[in-house]
Design a protein around this ligand. Structure first.
Ligand code: PMP
Length: 361
């Protein structure tokens, strides 16, 4: 037995469970378990990635300047207030490492993204989980949970796995109600699927204690490439850059991301398809007698009568080669999170669930 002991809190970390991608013996698997883009990624991003392969022997630039400039131009933001990371997960990790430590409290919500408590525990902080109201983040509950040990509040807006979203007024009330010593992380991983949303950029400009995080994994379909970014006040970005590894992103990653962010036509096509297919999914699920809140993301949360029915529906989907996400670990044992697919994918899911529900009547 080793005498080497891990830091306090580390053995309390529940290992992250990612969406399944394989079903033994099946070659026609429809993977709707990780909120990936059914249109893949931009041709321009792939071409830029391949072109960058000529430079494998070169260290990447450490300041990500061309990528930050591209993000700044497309989103109308100051590139000097942007930081890029290996997925938005890494940006979230920078925030926790820089601003929370042993015994500090980090607030997350009942059905919040599972990385938040993992990251808090990674630095010895205590995740404090606040109840939601009917699968919506409850601003008052968060404000009531703040103590003098609270350092960070995490919300995803739209939220994963519920798909619900706070109104701009609610988010404003949260940011305005927090002590200025508490950092609010507004995680905008799914922003582009919520028409008109700015991901929290306006909030950052109004409040020096807000960080917005974004990702290339969802709307840009680059989950496999691992790129995300954050936007905050200059002094916060300065702190985060001090703990960022200088070569965290490769040349090929940055080249692909730059091409992807500039390919606004592909982005808009993805958002448009998602909006149409999401409506179709929700309307059909409700007609079948399956509960479904309005979603602002690229997935829907299908709510069944009880955990046994959700499990049976998952089994029926698997029988038909369809992988979705069980979300019992998120406090939603009677629900399945289903990524919105393309026309064909949605048809496949609805046929299976339609048969499943008809058989139960
Ligand atoms: N935030 C939320 C709410 C997410 O759902 C995800 C992806 N599962 C992430 C952040 C992290 O995404 P990535 O690291 O791929 O940018």
């Amino acid at each position: 037995m080793t005498q080497i002991t891990p830091q306090p809190g580390i053995m309390d970390i529940a290992l992250y469970v990612s969406g399944e991608s394989r079903l033994p013996g099946r070659s026609d698997v429809l993977k709707l378990s990780s909120n990936e883009n059914p249109l893949g990624s931009s041709d321009k991003a792939r071409a830029a990635y391949v072109a960058a392969a000529g430079d494998l022997h070169r260290y990447p630039n450490t300041d990500h300047a061309p990528l930050r400039r591209a993000i700044g131009e497309v989103h109308g933001l100051d590139p000097d207030r942007i930081i890029c990371g290996v997925g938005s997960d890494e940006v979230l990790q920078f925030v926790v490492q820089a601003f929370a430590g042993t015994g500090d409290e980090v607030i997350t919500t009942e059905h919040g993204f599972s990385m938040y408590p993992i990251l808090a525990r990674m630095v010895g902080a205590v995740p404090v989980t606040v109840p939601e109201a009917d699968r919506r983040i409850d601003v008052d509950a968060i404000l009531a949970a703040v103590t003098d040990r609270t350092r960070i509040v995490f919300i995803a807006n739209p939220a994963n796995p519920t798909g619900t979203m706070l109104t701009p007024d609610e988010v404003q009330r949260l940011a305005g109600g927090l002590p200025s010593s508490v950092l609010l992380v507004h995680d905008g991983a799914y922003t582009e699927f919520a028409a008109g949303a700015d991901g929290g950029a306006g909030l950052v400009d109004r409040h020096p204690n807000v960080v917005m995080t974004r990702t290339f994994s969802k709307i840009h379909g680059l989950g496999g490439l691992r790129i995300g970014w954050g936007y905050a006040a200059r002094d916060i970005i300065d702190v985060l850059n001090r703990i960022r590894q200088p070569f965290n992103l490769s040349n090929a990653q940055m080249a692909a991301a730059e091409a992807a962010v500039r390919d606004t036509a592909f982005r808009d096509r993805c958002a448009d398809l998602n909006a149409r297919m999401r409506d179709r999914m929700r309307n059909s699920l409700i007609q079948m007698g399956i509960g479904c809140d309005e979603s602002f993301a690229n997935f829907v949360l299908a709510r069944f009568a009880d955990p046994a029915e959700a499990e049976a529906a998952d089994a029926a989907l698997r029988d038909d080669g369809i992988l979705v996400r069980r979300v019992a670990g998120y406090g939603l044992p009677a629900a399945l999170r289903i990524t919105v697919g393309d026309e064909q994918g949605v048809t496949r899911v609805l046929e299976t669930l339609g048969r499943f529900m008809a058989d139960r009547r």
